[in-house]
Design a protein around this ligand. Structure first.
Ligand code: GLA
Length: 674
């Protein structure tokens, strides 16, 4: 799907940068005297649930869309599931205020005005939200509320608005905390003065650490820049929002931005991670897709009652990170009835076995625990270990309670792994005609033992998989595993790419036959040719980028493939290279056959007027072997040399050094020596 409209994103990035750097500030008009510190409007004791048009429609909002969405909330069961707010984002108003200084709803988009639209939404038993900006103009250039706080708040209240998202573009700010607090306090007080309960949602993109102060001013606050409908955006937002758990409480929640579920830019697994972790992190559940076209799969995600219950748990606590390791994270969220919602999140590009336990997630001692899979509702029993094989980019989420009925099956996990995979989107790697080791692991977490255990690995026709250890076992007790190594051979004729493999475990527990499957994949890869080869002539195994695809032999044009320009750093043009946009990772299979990489790096001259700052890093397997330090759009060209001797994998990483601000990082003239 489309990224958010580029002009608006650019505008916001520009304003963010301006907020941080402009030194002479226009004094902020805070006409209202400061009030008591804490916001106490008694609203959103649990995170708000609803809809906002921005992610799917950008500026194309109108009354019909809002009314149809309200109708759909009722007819589809979304209202019954808890969704309540139907929120209008930017672009609902006229380009200028009225002669007497009021905001004017666009009469073409909103023929009944905001009042008429709100009346309709209220008649459905739902609530209406609106958008404004703590600046002179909204992000899309419509009149802002800075200096007009009370007039605008009075109009919102008179129209029947129930929720205000208050943005940060064109803020005329010196970037100071005092200014941020003053601008957002002015609207808090203006809203309070109206006497109408209005949810107050601060949207300053996490610029001034709002988690540390916004709970006194508003009901929720954005913690990051804008989400976009792709995995890198989601992953980055999760990592920024997760550490802020201590700041959330009833009436005051971290807001990692609106949902992209259903918009088409991510896989079903990624959208489930999005929804599961928003629930785990007590985030607002604001649907951001065109509901009139939502698939059954999208609706199943959005209406899962067990996940909604985790998000809406009355304790109102955000799940905390209790363990993290190599791209895997365990979150635990205390729930009102004493249970814990435990999320096992895998941000890696291949599946991982993730294990936690009752003590680590904060549950007291018990001989058994019940793990309810929040997606499926299925229960398993555990003596204390909370474990699962989690797919690439996936999240397994359990509601864990003390005690378990005797009829509940023991929890198990089956995984496929390989000692040789350092960075790849597969569970193992092999060259044509070569061999590689894959490991299967079946574990029992239940009190009940497994008997007659048997694990097999199936590979495609022409391949072989031979166990070098035991693959059957009479009985497997609590927290025991059957670990089997398999020698996998690829036919000499196999072509590069991933091939599927499958592990199957069969066993019985208390006389019940049971089985489990785990799908995996092996990458067939050929090492680069010997001699010196421009890296852009070598096929990568995987490539990810902040905006648009990684480009070969041009800079990054941000959107479609092939939209870049000749790679140019400080006036030097490079015919060969890789054009990226941080955060970016490009992975190559070397198979131990190469010894070095030389490259120049820098921010492309196409961003000469915009800024940008990045760090270029080169990894050989998991070891960092070169680092450019921070480079800006004025830094001279930097040359890097990386020692790759013996490495199976090469990874080129471009770090955005904070948020991505025009971070067009070029790997200029990289030459691989093999
Ligand atoms: C900013 C906000 C977005 C959206 C747009 C509207 O970028 O962060 O969520 O409201 O403005 O212009």
């Amino acid at each position: 799907m489309k990224p958010p409209p580029a002009p608006v994103r650019r505008l916001c990035a520009l304003v963010t940068a301006a907020a941080l750097t402009v030194l002479t500030a226009v004094a902020v008009q805070t006409s209202v005297a400061p009030r008591a510190a804490a916001l106490d409007n008694r609203l959103v004791r649990t995170p708000p649930m609803g809809f906002n048009d921005w992610n799917a429609f950008g500026c194309n909002v109108d009354e019909q869309l809002i009314k149809q969405t309200a109708d759909f909330f009722v007819s589809s069961g979304l209202k019954a599931a808890g969704y309540e707010y139907v929120n209008i984002d930017d672009c609902w108003l006229e380009r200028t205020r009225s002669a007497d200084g009021h905001l004017v709803p666009d009469p073409v988009k909103f023929p009944d005005g905001i009042k008429g639209t709100a009346d309709y939404v209220h008649s459905k038993g739902l609530k209406l939200g609106i958008y404004e900006d703590a600046g002179t103009k909204t992000c899309a250039g419509y009149p802002g509320s800075l200096g007009h706080e009370q007039t605008d708040a009075n109009d919102f209240a008179a129209w029947g608005v129930d929720y205000l998202k208050y943005d940060n573009c064109n803020n005329q700010s010196d970037g100071s905390l005092a200014d941020y607090k003053a601008r957002y306090t002015a609207m808090r007080d203006a809203l309070a003065n109206t006497g109408r309960p209005i949810v107050y949602s601060l949207c300053e993109w996490g610029v001034n650490n709002p988690a540390t102060w916004a709970g006194d001013l508003g009901n929720l606050w954005r913690t990051t820049g804008d989400i976009s409908d792709n995995w890198n955006s989601l992953k980055s937002i999760i990592s920024q929002n997760a550490p802020l758990a201590p700041y959330a409480h009833p009436g005051a929640f971290n807001d990692p931005d609106m949902l992209e579920v259903g918009n088409g830019g991510m896989t079903a697994t990624e959208y489930r991670t999005h929804f599961a972790l928003w629930a785990e992190m007590a985030a607002p559940l604001l649907i951001g897709t065109d509901l009139r076209k939502a698939s059954a799969q999208t609706m199943n995600i959005l209406t899962n009652p067990r996940l909604i219950a985790i998000d809406q748990d009355p304790l109102g606590v955000q799940g905390k990170v209790v363990a993290s390791d190599a791209g895997t994270t365990v979150f635990s969220k205390p729930l009102a009835n004493g249970d814990r919602a435990v999320a096992l999140y895998n941000s890696n590009d291949s599946s991982r076995l993730i294990r936690s336990n009752a003590a680590q997630v904060g549950l007291g001692k018990s001989p058994t625990y019940t793990l309810q899979d929040a997606w499926s509702g299925a229960n398993t029993e555990s003596a204390g270990t909370i474990g699962a094989t989690v797919p690439a980019h996936g999240t397994v989420i359990y509601r864990v309670s003390k005690g378990a009925a005797a009829t509940v099956a023991p929890g198990t996990s089956l995984s496929i792994s390989s000692p040789t995979v350092g960075a790849s989107n597969a569970d193992g790697v092999v060259s044509p005609g070569g061999t590689s080791t894959l490991t299967t692991t079946l574990s029992d977490y239940g009190r009940v033992p497994l008997s007659g255990v048997r694990v097999t690995l199936t590979v495609p026709d022409g391949w072989t998989a031979t166990p070098t250890d035991a693959w059957t076992q009479k009985s497997l007790g609590t927290d025991r595993s059957l670990v089997t190594n398999w020698t996998v051979t690829a036919p000499a004729t196999s072509s590069p790419g991933t091939v599927p493999v499958n592990a199957t475990a069969t066993y019985s527990w208390n006389g019940h036959p049971a089985s489990q499957q785990q799908a995996g994949s092996v990458l067939v890869a050929t090492p680069p040719p010997s001699g010196d080869t421009p890296l852009s002539d070598v096929s990568w195994v995987s490539a990810s980028n902040g905006w648009g695809p990684v480009e070969k032999d041009t800079s990054n044009g941000e959107t479609a493939a092939g939209d870049g320009k000749p790679i140019t750093i400080r006036g030097t043009v490079y015919p060969k290279g890789l054009g990226t946009n941080a955060e970016s990772d490009i992975v190559y299979y070397l198979g131990g056959t190469c010894h070095a990489l030389n490259t120049d790096v820098g921010i492309d001259d196409e961003e000469a007027n915009n800024g940008g700052d990045v760090i270029f890093q080169i990894y050989a397997d998991n070891a960092k072997v070169a680092d450019s330090g921070v480079l800006t759009n004025t830094s001279p060209v930097k040359s890097l040399t990386a020692d790759l001797a013996g490495a199976t994998w090469l990874r080129l990483h471009v770090d955005p050094d904070g948020p991505n601000t025009y971070d067009h990082g070029d790997w200029a003239g990289p030459l691989l020596h093999c």
